[in-house]
Design a binder for this molecule. Structure first.
Ligand code: GLC
Length: 591
């Protein structure tokens, strides 16, 4: 029996984890730590600039606003900022539709502001990570403007153009991710073009080497400015398969483009070239947005022979979407499924590889609503999720507001929502026969605007986000829940995050340790060990709204070092309680 299976067998029955610890400690802490890179030991903070801080009073966040609040990020302890797109854009999809890859949108500031951001962040030991949106550009991009003119211009082949079917309809029956056909007719050129997302986001043709070169040059432009890495957007879609109809998966007669095109064989050839031309040998990190790449595929995407340092793998985020990406057929799920999904990523990267740990981003609902039963106490849920986030193996990504425990909004009408995908999904729900009230329930749960309400800095009007009218309403809980109030309160969600970030930074098992799940069949508790050398950490989190009893054996001989509830009951976790234990320090232990 392998050591892993041996441990699992015992862990399953809830006993003897500690007894195994000594046998597990094969890797020396020193050598494991020696291989660790800067981006593996830090936390990354994600900023959605439009919603972060406005310094001009126009209601839209900007780069000077980010500079103004860098100390908030420093005090959290994050060493990198992933900046969602700040490039020139008509903002149909809030910057994920880029009209110029090497310029800053005036709504966000100037190139001088950007340079100042890099410098000011560096002074605080924070590196700026840019978002590369290379599957598609904006239809306003000069490349597309030229491409659409006719079939013979120099950029004619920079996008994906196809003739209509004989009856004049679209070349295939694919549904774009935001809803509606993935093809739009261009009268000027007399052809359809493909767009995985909105019609204003035409897909670039990666088969054309000139396109790839232009994209690589854009990335190199930002590297010359001293950025610390890249998040690479929507990358599974860059390689297109044969253009064939699929079996319709919904009442609209279309089939999800994701099912038809994501992760098409040959994609990794493009990405190896991308890596060699742009990233290789630099002290930066890359993280691909790889929805649809399964844990079993990870060894080909990350690690020594992979194409990126990390990829966002979404199976734990998509548990409610097992019926496909439309929001109106959500599926219920259990804690064991969440644990199994997270575990699969941990296992797939155990020997060779690394992944981000994340529970929120600008496309997802807030984690306190997403992962906990209705009625869960927001602060307790936020601390519980933070504890998992900061103690799993991988680089933790914290999305703006998550560190303050932000929750979802529920506005009455679809007209209150800005998010292009919420509008598309609302229409799909109506077409599927749901009433407007039912359709709004799906929007309330899934809308990307949940994550895009403005940051709440203090209790002044509009939460200190803007002196004007915010582009999206501020959450109405801001008077109590804001950065200033939470920084003063040592029992706040923010205080808990700060403690966790510091604990993770200073503890060898969390920096460099391996991962073992305990109690995999338990429907209340998420429990796991992190171990390196003689250092070991045990995390226990109760995801339920009931008390949960802890098998005594798994905590025997351990010292409780962090507890979100401090309830004093040794073997009972209160609802949503999170605890961290370590092996009681041995004589002469080198911590
Ligand atoms: C990614 C982004 C999302 C965007 C889409 C199209 O999924 O995270 O916000 O709408 O790509 O670029």
């Amino acid at each position: 029996m392998t050591m892993k299976r041996f441990l699992r067998k015992f862990a399953k029955s809830g006993i003897a984890a500690l007894a195994c610890a000594g046998m597990l400690l094969t890797a020396s802490a020193v050598s494991a730590e020696g291989r660790i890179k800067w981006w593996q030991t830090t936390a990354v903070y994600q900023i959605y600039p439009k919603s972060f801080a406005d310094t001009t009073g126009n209601g839209v966040g900007d780069i000077p606003g980010i500079i103004r609040h860098l100390d908030h990020i420093r005090s959290l302890g994050a060493g990198a900022i992933w900046l969602t797109p700040v490039y020139s854009s008509p903002m149909v999809d809030n910057g994920y539709d880029i009209s110029d890859y090497t310029d800053i949108d005036p709504a966000y500031g100037t190139m001088e502001d950007f340079d100042r951001l890099v410098t000011e962040a560096q002074k605080r030991n924070i590196r700026i990570v840019m978002d590369l949106v290379f599957n598609h550009s904006s239809d306003n991009n000069l490349w597309f403007q030229e491409s659409k003119q006719n079939r013979t211009n120099p950029k004619a082949d920079w996008y994906i153009w196809r003739d209509a079917k004989p009856d004049g309809s679209a070349p295939t029956n694919w549904r774009s991710i935001f809803g509606g056909s993935a093809w739009t007719w261009c009268a000027e050129r007399g052809q359809y073009y493909l767009h995985t997302f909105a019609p204003q986001q035409p897909d670039l043709n990666w088969e054309n080497p000139e396109v790839r070169r232009a994209l690589y040059d854009a990335a190199l432009f930002w590297l010359d400015k001293g950025v610390g890495g890249f998040r690479i957007d929507a990358i599974p879609y860059i390689k297109k398969p044969a253009f064939r109809d699929g079996i319709p998966d919904d009442a609209d007669g279309l089939v999800s483009i994701h099912t038809m095109t994501a992760n098409t064989p040959g994609i990794l050839d493009f990405l190896h070239e991308f890596k060699n031309e742009v990233f290789a040998g630099r002290d930066i990190f890359t993280v691909g947005e790889a929805n649809g790449v399964q844990p079993k595929d990870l060894p080909r995407w990350v690690g020594e022979n992979g194409v990126f340092d990390m990829v966002f793998e979404f199976s734990h985020m998509n548990l409610s979407l097992k019926n496909g990406e439309t929001w109106c057929h959500p599926t219920p799920w259990k804690l064991t499924e969440l644990k199994a999904a997270l575990n699969a990523t941990q296992e797939a990267t155990r020997e060779n590889g690394w992944c981000p740990v994340f529970f929120e981003n600008h496309d997802q609902p807030r984690c306190v609503n997403h992962f906990f039963p209705e009625g869960a106490d927001r602060e307790k849920a936020a601390k519980a999720m933070a504890t998992v986030l900061l103690t799993l193996r991988g680089t933790p990504f914290i999305y703006e507001g998550q560190e303050l425990g932000f929750s979802n909004v529920a506005w009455p009408s679809i007209r209150d929502y800005d998010d292009i995908s919420s509008r598309g999904q609302y229409e799909i729900a109506l077409k599927d026969g749901f009433s407007p009230t039912e359709a709004m329930k799906f929007v309330h749960f899934f809308s990307r605007d949940n994550a895009r309400t403005p940051m709440q800095w203090d209790d002044s009007p509009n939460a200190g986000f803007t002196t004007g009218t915010p582009w999206l309403p501020v959450h109405d809980d801001y008077a109590l829940q804001n950065a200033e109030a939470e920084a003063r309160d040592d029992r706040s969600v923010f205080a808990w995050y700060r403690r966790l970030v510091e604990f993770r930074r200073s503890h060898p098992a969390l920096r460099a340790g391996g991962y073992e799940e305990l109690l995999p069949e338990n429907e209340q508790i998420f429990a796991f060990l992190r171990t390196v050398g003689s250092h070991q950490i045990l995390t226990l989190v109760n995801f339920s709204l009931e008390e949960a009893s802890i098998p005594e054996e798994i905590i025997a001989g351990r010292k409780l070092v962090m507890d979100s509830e401090e309830n004093g009951q040794k073997t009972v976790l209160q609802p949503l309680e999170a605890r961290i234990y370590e092996i009681a320090k041995q004589e002469g232990s080198a911590r």
